[in-house]
Design a protein around this ligand. Structure first.
Ligand SMILES: [Zn+2]
Length: 234
């Protein structure tokens, strides 16, 4: 399935908690296999609250802490926040430069990100998710690869980098199904760190278990996560 020489993985998602929901079990599995996994979180998640006394500043701080704890639970030590406002993400030169800089700095073999178009799930199709996925693919090719793109990054010592594979977290008909039966409990533990987002965790847990069981069923896995895969020709 995956090329065994994948050593470094970068997960780029729109919001704190997207990684745990979409690929937490896979991330934990890769960390156990000795791969180095890092996160880039594009927005600060400062709109995700129904508490009328909450402020965007306080929420962004809470969510950054929750994300760091969740990542550590899965064995991800490095998390970077690009700090764009939640729900207002646009595909701009600044966002593309910021993501390109992280790809050139972390130099991942594989990137996991969100799918750039709508699926049957309204929640999974959040505008910030679609824009993040689209930006990341533009950065993988051609922006991170070509030295003439963003010469200011080259001047900072950020050499061009070729990513080899991209996994897109998908809702419908995944091309790749990753067995997360052994890391499902860790995924749930990491998800539970996002307390500001979850309300009643037992309900969230039931939903996540059901979805992962559904994805795993055709392959005979107790639990799974699903992706589409893009292999970048050398
Ligand atoms: Zn999200």
């Amino acid at each position: 399935m995956m090329a065994t020489e994948i050593k470094r993985v970068l997960v780029v998602v729109a919001h704190p908690d997207d990684a745990e929901f979409g690929c937490g079990g896979t991330v934990a599995k890769w960390v156990k296999e000795g791969k180095e996994v890092s996160y880039v979180i594009v927005t600060n998640g400062d709109k995700g609250s129904d508490d009328r006394s909450m402020t965007p500043e306080r929420l962004a701080k809470i969510r950054a802490e929750e994300q760091l704890t969740a990542a550590r639970t899965l064995g991800v030590e490095h998390v970077e926040f690009l700090d764009y406002p939640d729900g207002e993400l646009e595909d701009t030169l600044d966002v593309r430069r910021d993501v390109t800089a992280r790809i050139r700095r972390f130099r991942p073999d594989l990137i996991v990100t969100q799918i750039p178009h709508r699926s049957s799930s309204l929640y999974a199709s959040h505008r910030d998710h679609r824009i993040t996925g689209s930006v990341v693919l533009d950065c993988v090719y051609p922006l991170a690869r070509d030295h003439l793109s963003f010469p200011e990054l080259l001047a900072q010592g950020l050499e061009p980098h070729k990513v080899r594979e991209v996994y897109l977290m998908v809702w419908d008909h995944p091309e790749v199904v990753v067995d997360i039966s052994d890391t499902m409990e860790l995924k749930l533990k990491a998800l539970a760190c996002h307390a500001s987002q979850l309300g009643n965790f037992s309900r969230v847990e039931a939903r996540v278990r059901e979805r992962a069981a559904q994805l795993g069923k055709p392959k005979g896995h107790a639990y799974a996560e699903g992706f589409n895969r893009i292999v970048i020709p050398r």
